[in-house]
Design a protein around this ligand. Structure first.
Ligand code: NAP
Length: 298
């Protein structure tokens, strides 16, 4: 915990089984490690097997209980099978973190419609599949449960150049607010965290064309810094924990005040000439064409 005071009791999440989508990399992997460190059993899923295995190895080396189950969350039968597998290994899933997402920078008029469909399919449809699959089980079992979505600071405002992501995250928040009311009587809580930029390989490869943009974003944050993975983990723990038993349908921003200052989106890039943006965005595209690689076999 790099010198930070530990804010939580060591067994705060004992008895929980938390499913983290996209938990093999970046913020998902960091949250998975944090939940396991506080006593939860954790399952991480994602399409590629290798990052899941790396995260499982690292968390187990720290003494955590964790399993990795490959799954493409866009496919409902695979989500159901992944949940069956997760529960056969570690018991009933009690908490869901909808963290998996895809995103890329593009001028919206140049956007390949398949790119729009892919982002909506992973982010919104995939979150729906995981949320409904867990919710059905919790309602049938009468146990209640908690869902946490990882949204973004442009969920409410939208954002130039990442329009599919903005549309999908707004949809995710509409979904959780709807379900917070509908499923409240079943003891199911749903909340979201909207982080500002937090350095991860995934986000930086796709969304930060250069160090200048990173500095431009950082300079606009009223608190003068990006939030850290540890701070995201702590907030996620709080929202899943019984300390937040009456908190539902809420979106908590973790961005140092950037959105309130008008810098919660890629609006900063509006001053860059269109041709330059187009070239820069193209340079960030993966060279591969076709569907993303998958090791997912279920
Ligand atoms: P990341 O490392 O690229 O994480 C994305 C994860 O989603 C990957 O593990 C990926 O694994 C998984 N994934 C993608 N498509 C999937 C699918 N169809 N089925 C299952 N898993 C899938 O990026 P990150 O920065 O940690 O982002 C995590 C979350 O935080 C995202 O929701 C993102 O929008 C949000 N966020 C990040 C930032 C930031 O600055 N980092 C800021 C605001 C919000 P596979 O490729 O193996 O499937």
């Amino acid at each position: 915990m790099s010198g930070r005071a530990e804010p939580y009791r060591a067994d705060l999440l004992a008895g929980r089984h938390v499913l983290v989508t996209g938990g093999g990399t970046g913020l998902g992997a960091a949250m998975a490690g944090r939940f396991a460190g506080l006593g939860a059993a954790v399952t991480v899923c994602g399409r590629r097997r290798a990052p899941l295995e790396e995260t499982v190895e690292r968390v187990r080396a720290d003494g955590g209980r964790i399993e990795g189950v490959p799954c493409d969350i866009q496919r409902r039968p695979r989500v159901d099978a992944m949940l069956d597998e997760a529960e056969s290994r570690q018991g009933p899933v009690t908490d869901l973190v909808n963290n998996a997402a895809g995103n890329f920078l593009s001028l919206s008029d140049e956007l390949d419609p398949r790119g729009f469909e892919a982002v909506l399919s992973i982010n919104l449809v995939g979150s729906f599949h995981c949320t409904q699959a867990c919710g059905r089980r919790w309602i049938e079992r009468g146990t209640g449960g908690a869902v946490l979505a990882i949204a973004t600071t442009y969920t409410d405002t939208g954002s130039p150049f990442v329009m599919p992501s903005a549309a999908s995250k707004a949809g995710i928040v509409a979904m959780l607010r709807s379900l917070a009311v509908e499923w409240g009587p079943h003891g199911i809580r749903l909340n979201a965290i909207s982080p500002g930029p937090i350095p991860t390989k995934g986000a930086w490869d796709r969304l930060m064309p250069d160090g200048d943009l990173e500095e431009a974003f950082r300079a606009k944050v009223p608190l003068g810094r990006f939030a850290t993975r540890e701070e995201l983990g702590d907030l996620a723990v709080f929202l899943l924990s019984d300390a937040a038993a009456s908190v539902t349908g809420q979106v908590v921003e973790l961005d140092g005040g950037a959105r309130l200052a008008g810098f919660g989106s890629f609006r900063t890039l509006m001053d860059v000439p269109r041709e330059e943006l187009s070239r820069s965005f193209e340079s960030l595209r993966p060279r591969r064409r076709g569907p993303p690689p998958t090791d997912e076999r279920s």
